[in-house]
Ligand binder design. Sequence first.
Ligand code: NCD
Length: 302
Amino acid sequence: MAPDEIVGLLDLAETYVDLNRGADKKASVLRGRTQINLFFEPSTRTQMSFELAGKRLGADVLNMAVASSSTKKGETLIDTAMTLNAMHPDVLIVRHHDSGAVKLLSEKVNCSVINAGDGTHEHPTQALLDALTIRRTKGKIGGLLVAICGDVLHSRVARSNIHLLNSLGARVRLIAPPTLLPSAADRLGVEIFTDMKKGLIGCDIVMMLRLQTERMQGSFVPSIREYFHFFGLDRQKLALAKPDAFIMHPGPMNRGVEIDSEVADDIDRSLIRQQVEMGVAVRMACLDVLSRNLPEAGRNAP
Ligand code: NCD
């Protein structure tokens, strides 16, 4: 996406923040449309917010229960997608454990597809909601120094945020042990630190990542205790960032692993709850923009 398209989307999301805070949360841009959420990986925030977003825009929203579906009987991803496609959904929201799976699926169906996270690759709506949260808190994104800390190697959130923050003019630092940095990290247009105490100095935003053990084969850190000691965010380490620095985390948090409860729950410094709120607004904006490109009634593919 071009920077002006991103800014347009964030501006549109602002209107949905207002709508969501009112008593009547309903709009109608997706009236008559069908949205299917297809999540092959666990999700709380992303799936719930896509469901709320679709419903608030007037769509019929279905959540496919993957665990009790035919995928458990050996049906392939593509066959599942083709089956759903035959029911004429307008939008599929897809999360999958394999990088590239959502793109592959989107080539096989004729409805619109939104990536809700694919493997270690991308999680675009997370980066958009993070950008909206930062912009509302700091009034800007350009020129800010943002530290992304922890398990960068397995994080699609990190990858999408690096692209988006770079294109909006923020400076991005990655802070991680060498074992949790991607091999090509130096080609991502970021500064790299393996010492958190040095990396945090001067940062405006400290974005923490979960240790994504479900994507790890083998051990990437000596012990959780040692990891927390060197890379867990606590009061002492946060004090190295700017005095008005804010903490972010995409969730789910592992308290005592990458973040201490004292800072996670500090309402003056933590934006974690705001991120969840912005998630609904940003996803409504994405669905709204997408609705403008959906085929009109009577002109659907046969
Ligand atoms: C993230 C994800 O699924 O990539 N969570 C989310 O969408 N809020 C991060 C994570 O699982 O750690």
